[in-house]
Ligand binder design. Sequence first.
Ligand code: NAP
Ligand code: ZN
Length: 354
Amino acid sequence: MTQTNEYPTRAYGASDSSGRIARMDIVRRGLREDDVLIDISHCGICHSDLHTARNDWGRTTYPVVPGHEIVGTVAALGDGVSRHEIGDRVAIGCIVDACMECSHCEQGLEQYCKQGMVGTYGGTDRRDGSKTHGGYSTRIVCRDEFVLKVPEALSSEHCAPLLCAGITTYSPLRTWKVGPGSKVAVAGLGGLGHMGVKFAVAMGAEVTVLSRSADKRADAIALGAHDFLITTDKAAMKAQAATFDMVLNTIPVRHDVTPYLHLLGIDGVQVLVGMIDMMPEVHTGLFLGRKVLAGSGIGGLAETQEMLDLCAEKNIAPEIEMIAMQDVNTAYDRMEESDVKYRFVIDMKSLQEA
Ligand code: NAP
Ligand code: ZN
């Protein structure tokens, strides 16, 4: 059985709920039979990283090394690994393990594993009980089945945001069968939202962006949206009542979803992917139109690989701004101000060379 030495690893993480990210070196486990060692080249910054670092959800255990939009190159393999080779460009998203035996895992819905999926950071390893640490680091060890393949045509930096922002918006659009003739509204034009627009447009839907930021109108149209509504403009929102099949709601804070329910037509669905919180009360006026209020979490392994392959084939890529690891705190502050166009990606060379 393979059991290499452990790998001392440079990383950045948070030590307390101030959420300040600083150098914090960690040790990656020696390779097990089914493990892959990956040299990380890029890692996207998700708003969930910020929520976790600042303990917005009240369940962070410190220290935490965030990052679940990971791309890199295979550097070593456990003896039992045959699906990857040294030198392959590979990726890891939000999950690094699951039971793989329950009825949810068997359907390819590992993110909803009945025993609980293991998060890429802040999770507990199923075999040795150690804590998982994410992609703000120079390398990572991961079970081979949870390592995805980066298609040739996708650059590593453009691939990274697809691992969370991409799959989290792709999956509900597929689940609710968005296609030609669908009218989709995307609420919040950030990392998730801009990928939601790109995917819904690629699927043939008519897409409207719902935003608080008037200065994002030109970007929304350039991303392929057909219309742009300022959510504080009550008259404009009212004029669009009962016209949408889906609202994909990516807003990252607790808020009233009622104005978005009013936008739905018969059997319309509002899918919450952004707000991970208690919701303000919602009136059951949902019955007036048989409306559905739903949620969706990332996507399974096969669906994530399908999405990566589709992005390569159809030339779908996120809009990114590259940063050095050392600039992550500024990036967090800017993300909180909705000042990111539209995903920060860390160039891990900056940490390798630090
Ligand atoms: P982001 O890049 O910061 O984008 C969020 C966008 O929402 C902002 O650009 C802004 O768009 C809008 N917004 C921000 N604050 C708002 C407020 N107070 N009120 C109304 N709108 C606001 O964040 P992200 O990375 O896309 O993540 C969005 C959320 O999804 C986060 O909460 C994250 O934790 C969650 N998430 C969930 C899953 C899942 O599996 N369900 C996966 C990944 C992330 P405008 O300027 O256009 O208004
Ligand atoms: Zn994420």
